[in-house]
Design a protein around this ligand. Sequence first.
Ligand code: FEO
Length: 426
Amino acid sequence: MDGVRVTDSHSQPQAVALSSRLFWIGALDPQLRSFDIILKTANGTSYNAYLVRGSAGVAVIDTVKEAFADDFFARLESVAEYREIKVIVLNHLEPDHTGALPELMRRAPQAQLFISHKAQSMLKGLLKQESLSFTPVLTGDSVSLGDRSLQFLHTPFLHWPDTQCTYVPEEHTLFSGDVFGCHFCDNRLFNDLVGDFRFSFEYYYAHIMRPFKQYVLSALQLIEPLPLQLIAPAHGPILRDRPDRYIHRYRQLSSPALHSEISPHQKSLLIFYISSYGNTRRMAEAIYQGATRVEDVRVSLYDLEGGEVGPFVDLIEESDGLVLGTPTINGDAVKPIWDLLSSLTVVNLKAKLGGVFGSYGWTGEGVRLVEDRLRGLKLRVPIPGIRVKLIPTDQEIQDCEQFGLELARELMGLREAKSINFEDLA
Ligand code: FEO
């Protein structure tokens, strides 16, 4: 396949042909070093926008970040006139893809906007226009451009609630939005020509898609049956060489690994602790003993001091329950616990079981603070945390065992519901 030249110092930016009817009209941002504040972009990114030419009109799919609008319009003008634009599709409304939209709408006022159902309120918030005409679409909806057509796939939460993909069946091409994208800027554009972007692809998945694995799997059910010759994502290389590899990798990354190792009826309970003088550790071991008494609960005990956060996050993602043990120092839980918790924002924790325990010297706020954080991360924390002042007594060790037993029973749906007498609360 031929190489491509996106632009040179003496000419206007030019569109790049993906086929005789499809064109890249995006922009390159090689100097970007962080995206959305949290993602590192070691060699920048690209904002990929595309143009589809049919016998009855032209469609523009996505735009670019506002600061790069000049490149976008120059490339668009190199292959189409504004009066030809019949359709504008927004696969995703984040500003890196809609920055040039208001100006595009001004230049092509006849074009009809197509967005996902979930994008409707976002579009109004973005454009702040009283009268705004658009067509919301779902899977199964399509629009004709004559001898080319656009079919829409409802793929929410990849990466925002509004995201969708657009398929051109006559070209066997999927315009995938953020899905299958990565922050990797290379003016050779195509995956068989650019440098090695595997790290960027994996890093992008880990930070953008990983929290929404169930949505990725739902999207793959729509995408995998499509005859595909090319995937055109909104960032990074255009995937024309064996695009199926990237679909396969998304399925691998989104499929649980741990549950393929244990029986479907088993549940995984993880206990992490950190301990200054061994008191929180003794509590952890007693909780572990109590939890192991419940059949089909696979209990694991880890000292945070002896491990790395990354692999622990992988374990937690696939666990059913998470129990954290922390001392209280200066009125707070300790840093390794907070470091672990702050790393959990990339995984979906909703409805997992949570529990907290810890030894303290003076006031013991750490347990409550961590409980609050677990609830903030959408875990359920049905059993109040257990705190011990300094060294646990034999009775307190038994209480810890009971705490572990109750947590494990709760995990298996075996815990008896408590009836609360309101007079006791007075
Ligand atoms: Fe590339 Fe979620 O924006």
